[in-house]
Design a protein around this ligand. Sequence first.
Ligand SMILES: Cc1ncc(COP(=O)(O)O)c(C=O)c1O
Length: 382
Amino acid sequence: MDCKKKEFNLSSDVTYLNCAYMSPLMHCVEEAGIIGIQKKRQPNHISGQDFFTESDILRKEFAQLINCHKSENCVIIPSVSYGMANVAKNLKLKKGDNIIVVGEQFPSNVYPWMEVAQKAEAEIITIAPPNEIQDRGKTWNDQILKTINEKTKLVACGHIHWADGTIFDLRSIRQKTYEVDAWLAVDATQSLGAVPFDIQQLKPDALVAAGYKSLMGPYSIGMAYYGSVLSNGSPIEQSWINRFESENFSNLVNYNENYQPGALRYEVGEHSNFILVPMMLEALKKLNEWKPENIQQYLIDLVDNPISVLRNFGFKIEETKYRASNLFGIRLAEHHQMDKLKSKLLDANIIVSYRGDAIRVSPNIYNDSNDLATLVEVLTTK
Ligand SMILES: Cc1ncc(COP(=O)(O)O)c(C=O)c1O
């Protein structure tokens, strides 16, 4: 796969290594949004069927991305917090049960569990990241697996950690949750698109992702998958469009007790957003055309050597097996000074994030080896 910089609207004087903050927009995604805005000029051209058609295509495109055979289990959501709130509302908890959350996760995959745990007098068990750098990813994963017990009702984690790209061994975690009959909720915001995800293999109960990062879409739209444990649950809102036969506009006040099939009851109200849906759809079409496994390989090839060079200069970066290539944390040696490095990166127009004690670097398919070389040069020269 070659670099896709030309497809994006990035300024050439910036080295943008910050997809984990927000991806840039592809030209085709931007155009889809503009067409969406223009459509509303003449609403007589927006038909009743239009409220359903593109949402349906978007769900199918997302289902393809995650290898899900039932697109009606995939829904449009506005945010990760919304997607997780649907899970939290349906989680059966009693006093003494526990929910396991991976430490220092993004709050949208923590606050919903805090609320329900408090109400039920259940316990939140947080698996903090290990302090030592040696075998950090392995130790962290081992601790998660060891902590899951028969009182566990849910494990909430990412596919990779949002702050430093540590990979979580979802296959083993899923296995362990099956053994104790616990749910698995995955926030894949920082990995979907750039790291392959196979619903058939990993079988989470919920997979939730914001659309504006590695999924390359606009802000305020995301996608979720809900598995069979949520099939008969109760959504956090009661939208008319999620009711059975809502396509029949003349019959809407004959209120229907039944929902649309699969997980569609959990979809956000006004899901047929005529601007964001076509944008998200264009982005996912591109990702499906390029394929996450190719994007992942492109990124592995892109960062492998620069990471080795940085390690030789004393920077600490997770070992390859437990580190993503689309997002990784660079921790400093004692002789490095964060403030100095920050101002050097700023002066060189290199855009990264700072999370915890790490410099978070998150390249994607619009980055090339020059971008990584620029980063390495600035970090390693005095
Ligand atoms: C891992 C992760 N999840 C979710 C989000 C966004 O959450 P929400 O869509 O609830 O605003 C972010 C934003 O940085 C994130 O990094």
